[in-house]
Design a protein around this ligand. Structure first.
Ligand code: BG6
Length: 510
């Protein structure tokens, strides 16, 4: 039998999307490298990428900070962080190779420091073959963005040239409201074009979050019912059992809505509610998310459709834990919320009349992030009285973490001589369906930034729109005094339960 189509060896085909993507010649400078995020997430992720063979041979990691470290001291720090936090097994040979490209430069965000940095990066371009390609990771509070960007510009290290690229990777918080986010965008975009700006929302780096798109757009069974005709409401939950000890500097005055709803939860909403993009190319995907965010608004009146709380001391499992106001560094009168819930609507034909309930909290019953699409009840149920009493609404639940997978809840006949029905679950679990372990979100995102793949990074417009959805809620809360207290280890303040009850619904107990 002959065939006319030429067989292409996928191992030879550079465009084959199944092949691992390896970053080209490049280096990364991390500002704020002594902070928690770098130690717990960024440095381990860089080691994991090196261990998986996804970094270029001459990859160079430059730490920039005020500490009086030399190269060896910084190397020790990176090694300790990698040994403690990396996902893959520590390999001495990989480490030795990576360590050759590790440097530390001591300095402030001033002329002297950046002159030194610029001179050293030029040398490294030659000695390490980085090709002049640098990603600058701003793991620092936003008040330093301006100084860093201007210094990079001053020393000529911010602009792309014909043969080399410069990109900036930015951590949240990206502003504290729409106006401040806009200002930050102006500062950053005055130096780096938007195509060179990579804003991190680490939820987008999670496999289960990307799977929302696979679930919706690779299949035929879900999409026909993914709309207001079938869906009654949507619940997006990000619950954490941890408290805020040690994070007062960042969190007091920020609170759960700014910390998590503005970014992670609104991005989840956008992926669940958007229309199918024409491709997964950055512009196509971002355009669909922007459309949804433009159509999303808080439901009023806010005293009935939102809830907030602050954890008080209580039992978290077998441990008795402090309340927020007793945590070190927090104002004993703090009004910062550690629990936030709101009701949003998406003004589109697909979602007309479907409430989206978002909630997040610290010191809740357990750590779980999930998106539940809860369906309307069947229009007619030909059962005798009592037979379908135990039946809840059908649901598709995307389990983002920790038990990654998808659950479908539907009614089934209870074995026996009567037609009694009750809920059963059908489960897909990553752990049993796949043998590969999921990469950490930061591995994926750092690699994507080095590869110039920006699909998983929110644009300036998305960030500003997300603030505009949240701003009225935060403003309303600012005017009503203390948040309600809830005991650690519970599922949040009673007002959150009332908020749903009023709308005829109840929170899932995940
Ligand atoms: C961060 C928040 O963005 O996400 C933290 O600032 C939160 O407050 C963290 O704890 C949760 O991330 P993950 O990946 O553990 O769900």
């Amino acid at each position: 039998m002959s065939t006319t189509s030429a067989w292409v060896n996928p191992l030879r085909n550079a465009k084959d999307k199944r092949l691992p993507r390896i970053a080209g010649p490049s280096g990364m400078v991390i500002f704020g490298v002594t902070g928690d995020l770098a130690r717990k997430k960024l440095l381990p992720a860089i080691y994991d990428l090196a261990n998986r063979g996804l970094l270029p041979a001459g990859f160079t990691l430059v730490g920039y900070g005020r500490r009086g470290w030399d190269k060896q001291a910084f190397c020790n720090y990176v090694r300790e962080a990698a040994e403690a936090g990396a996902r893959t097994t520590f390999n001495e040979r990989v480490w030795e190779h990576l360590a050759k490209g590790i440097e530390f430069i001591q300095g402030n965000f001033d002329d002297a420091g950046f002159d030194k940095l610029s001179a050293r990066l030029s040398e490294l371009n030659t000695s390490r073959g980085t090709g002049g390609n640098w990603a600058y990771y701003l793991s620092v509070p936003p008040e330093f963005f301006s100084d860093i960007c201007h210094q990079l510009e001053r020393v000529g290290m911010s602009n792309n040239t014909e043969s080399s690229w410069r990109r900036v990777i930015i951590e949240k918080p990206f502003g504290h409201d729409q106006a401040s986010a806009r200002e930050l965008n102006e500062i950053v975009n005055a130096v780096f074009p938007e195509s060179s700006v990579f804003r991190i929302d680490h939820y987008l780096g999670k496999e289960t979050v990307q799977n929302i798109m696979a679930l919706r757009f690779a299949n035929q069974i879900f999409e026909p019912m993914w709309n207001a005709h079938y869906i009654d409401h949507v619940q997006i939950t990000m619950a954490e059992d941890i408290g805020l000890g040690g994070r007062a500097g960042y969190y007091d005055g920020i609170g759960a809505a700014r910390d998590v709803i503005q970014n992670h939860l609104l991005q989840l909403l956008a992926l669940v509610a958007m229309e199918e993009p024409s491709s997964f190319a950055p512009a196509a995907l971002q355009a669909e998310k922007i459309k949804v965010l433009e159509a999303t608004q808080a439901v009023h009146p806010l005293n009935k459709t939102t809830a907030r709380g602050q954890y008080a001391a209580g039992w978290q499992g077998s441990e008795y834990v402090k309340g927020l106001r007793e945590e070190e560094g927090f104002d004993p009168e703090s009004t910062t919320e550690t629990y936030a819930a709101c009701t949003l609507k998406v003004n589109s034909r697909r979602w007309a009349g479907v409430p989206f309930y978002l909630r997040t909290g610290k010191r809740l019953g357990r750590r779980v992030t999930e998106i539940a699409l809860v369906f309307k009840t069947a229009p007619h149920q030909p059962f005798d009285q009592g037979q379908a009493e135990a039946l809840d609404q059908n649901a598709v639940v995307i389990r983002v973490q920790p038990d990654e997978g998808v659950t479908m809840r539907f009614g089934s006949k209870v074995p026996g001589s009567t037609m009694e029905v009750r809920d059963v679950n059908m489960d897909f679990a990553y752990a049993s369906a796949f043998t590969e372990e999921s990469p950490e979100a930061y591995e994926r995102l750092i690699l994507d930034a080095l590869l110039d793949e920006s699909s998983l990074f929110p644009t300036n417009r998305e960030v500003e729109l997300s603030w505009s959805i949240l701003d009225p809620i935060i403003e309303y809360w600012a005017g009503i005094g203390q948040p309600e207290q809830y005991r650690a280890g519970t599922w949040g303040p009673e007002s959150a339960d009332r908020m749903l009850r009023r709308q005829g619904h109840s929170w899932r107990r995940p």
